[in-house]
Ligand binder design. Sequence first.
Ligand code: ATP
Length: 256
Amino acid sequence: MENVLELQQVSVKFGGLVALNQVDLTVKRGEILAIIGPNGAGKTTLFNIMTGIYQPTSGQVLYKNQKINKLKPYKRVDLGIARTFQNTRLLKSMTVLENVLVAHQEVNKETVFASIFSSKSMQQKRQTIVQECMDKLEMVGLADKAEQLAGSLPYGEQRLLEIARALATGCELLLLDEPAAGMNQSEKRELIKKILQLSKQYHIEILLIEHDIQMIMEISDRIVVLNYGQKIAEGTPQEIQNDPQVIQAYLGGEVD
Ligand SMILES: Nc1ncnc2c1ncn2[C@@H]1O[C@H](COP(=O)(O)OP(=O)(O)OP(=O)(O)O)[C@@H](O)[C@H]1O
């Protein structure tokens, strides 16, 4: 299977602390890959390396076989890598649709957001952009809430809106940082459905950090386990579930 994103021997040091130690990792075409590991294992650092917030101390980051080590975060967004964060970053007093509009790849390229919407010659473009944003809302199941204020949505839907905003950047690889954090069981069910749909129906590669082991086992094609900055296991949910080292160190009795 084709590699979409590849980390080769990536190490990250913060002073004397080794946050990532020679990590090899690939995200393959069409898969949902989960990163798990205890607090401080290096999961967020891994996302920050992929999105360009940090640069590796050593090693390579490749996207579609192109070295992207030195690319700024916004350039990586242009290439098709987008992320959501652990905490929602919505504009809560704007509507659901407006939240997606400001994240849209074309709108973002305009220096003055408002200019798109005031110029008559841009009406056609505006319509296309609005339609594309509505499509993203449709993908996460929020199209019928487009005119509501983002802040009025229940928490689970706010997180889905974050995903729609990431999709509006035109991403092909979506990094989800603890997407289920703070969700109740029915919100989690809905999230699982949407993530599977994004992957299988819309063909978006998904990489996620998540502490909810049950959810990870249910949706992941593969799982990578980190501990103290090192990759200690990698495989299908079945393989990870049966890996004695992982069971003992990370999953404990949580997975039957
Ligand atoms: N900017 C930074 N400066 C110094 N140390 C950092 C920085 N970012 C992360 N670290 C350290 O690197 C290690 C890995 O942190 P990271 O946030 O990547 O772990 P994590 O697996 O995402 O943890 P959590 O599950 O708690 O979010 C930790 O020891 C952390 O304190």
